[in-house]
Unconditional design. Sequence first.
Lengths: 438, 248
Amino acid sequence: MPSSSATVPAAALTFKSGLEKAWAEAAPALPGGDWMTQLRREALARVARDGLPGRRNEWWKYADLAALRPAVLPLAPAAASSLPRANHAFGEDAWSVVVANGRVGEVPASSSLPDGMEVMRLGEALDVPSLWLRPWLQPTASAIHNLNLAFATDGVLVRVGRNVAAARPLVIVSETKLSASMAHERSVVSLEEGASLTLVEIGRMAGASGSLATSRMSINLASGARLTHIRLCAGGPELIAIHDCDVQLASSARYQQVTLCAGAELCRQQLAISLSGESASCDLAIGYAVRAGLQVDNAIAFSHLAPNTHSRLLVKGLAARKGRGVVQGRVVVDEAAQGTDSHQMARGLLLEEGAEIFHKPELEIYADDVKCGHGATIAALDPAQLFYLQSRGVPAAIATEMLLSAFVREVIDLAPDAMRDALAAWADSALFQKEPPA
Amino acid sequence: MLEVSDLHASVGSRAILKGLSLSIGPGEVHAIMGPNGSGKSTLSHVLAGKPGYTVTSGRVTFQGKDLLAMAAEARAAAGLFLAMQYPVEIPGVTTINFLRAAVNAQAKLRGEAELDAVSFLRRVKEEREKLGMSDEMVKRPVNVGFSGGEKKRNEVLQMAILKPSLAVLDETDSGLDIDALKVVAGGINAMRASDRSFLMITHYQRLLDYIPPDFVHVLADGRIVKSGGPELAHQLEAEGYDGIVKVA
């Protein structure tokens, strides 16, 4: 070891001192005035005290973050060059935003948005102490939330005003390329009464030397608001990506999410859905495929807090050798939530020896007039289906591809019609590594 | 077309076919009848290359080639088609995409050009209309939610599109009411040609009333114990398998 080195070797830093060092280095460039710095310090102190979640926390039973990332990394610097144009298959006319390593590029001009709709950069909005934003910038009991708050560089803020129907999708493309570093995004989407929006998030992520990225999105749907949320997420080895999404639904609000995920060293998708208004409804569908050494860990919690609320969860996952898929689905039905209708179904396909899939439903029901169902299956590819295709002349390799695409297709078919082709194309390339047709 | 000689096959340690020999010439329609457990379905599965069966001895040549050495998909591309007794449901794959994949894969395996989309769709439309199948049916996932009769129609549709030179029909009549049987038999009869052969596997005379065979064979305990013309089927219907098998 070179004795001339003045810096303390990373291994000598404790989690706490590493965290503080990383933050001290990052802080001068983080957006927000003193009020925000204060909140960040508070969040930082909580992370330093609590550490990152690990196996002792039941909600992190299958993903020991504390063990995987014992040391804190420096925040990734902003990209030197200007951001690329958004490149996606969701239509030329979509409103698009590019985020690179946690920094947001240009947002759509307000003249291109309908009256009553705003899209802003979090970094800009933090310049003034905004009352509107403050509730979403508080430390919480979650170490991930607090880590994200302490280091958040930027994010997208979306507000859609009362009864405004956004006619085109808003597409956020996040390009995250990290090397022994971290990136943290914080976004807020708020739909006022009767508003509607289709939001597409595309995460293209790659990491080296044990990187870590978090993105947190808070979604607030006022009564009668409707949000369709499409999420595509592809990571790689040497990257832990944690996507955290919390959704508040007022009465008769409707939230629909369709997610496709190709995994990462650990791709953790946590969702906390709070159905707090009567007749609120939430439909989630997740399709994933993990190759060797990759992992998708879905931790999804529904809280039914009001009468006649509805929730659905469908997860369909494939795991190849040394790939690992996890679904933890928790449903809590409050005493007040009579008439709740909730169902979750997780289906897993193990493609090879050595693949792992875990399904763990949890139900806590405190009301008596409710319908709560759950189901889980884990199986291998059906040899009878495979033979049927082969007996018609389809070679085994193509037949297998067809059956795997078909397995995930059920998730894609829950997305709006106009989006399905783009989702299927994304699944072919990111989930199944198929070459696009010439 | 097809030469089966002294075929022995087993499932696990259980011998099912015990020296079966059969010869089918071009344009011929053969029927194999036999009691439950005689090995009828095993024969169809062994011919089509279904995993789980072990051929312990014997030979099968199809158009001069060693059929047993070929993968299931190569047998299909060479012109063998098995209409299954229990067609499989495939959620997430529409019949039309399934057919397209099959037609293109077979063309590729044979070294032919793929059929263009327009010609393909036209051919599917013609054939499905003959079988009284709606457009919606071919756009649905393969066999999902289909009745027994609809599944069998779908088998015949696939056969009509793939135009095999030898079609093995495994209990195609089972689960069909009379009207459906007429439609399915009509579809099969329409495909009879001097260069196309059929091997029908059935329990009952009924199917043979609609698709008259040239040859009838009785299968018992893994071997063909008696062969004859169409009259043999009537004799079977009148006397039952017991009498015939014992005499043989």
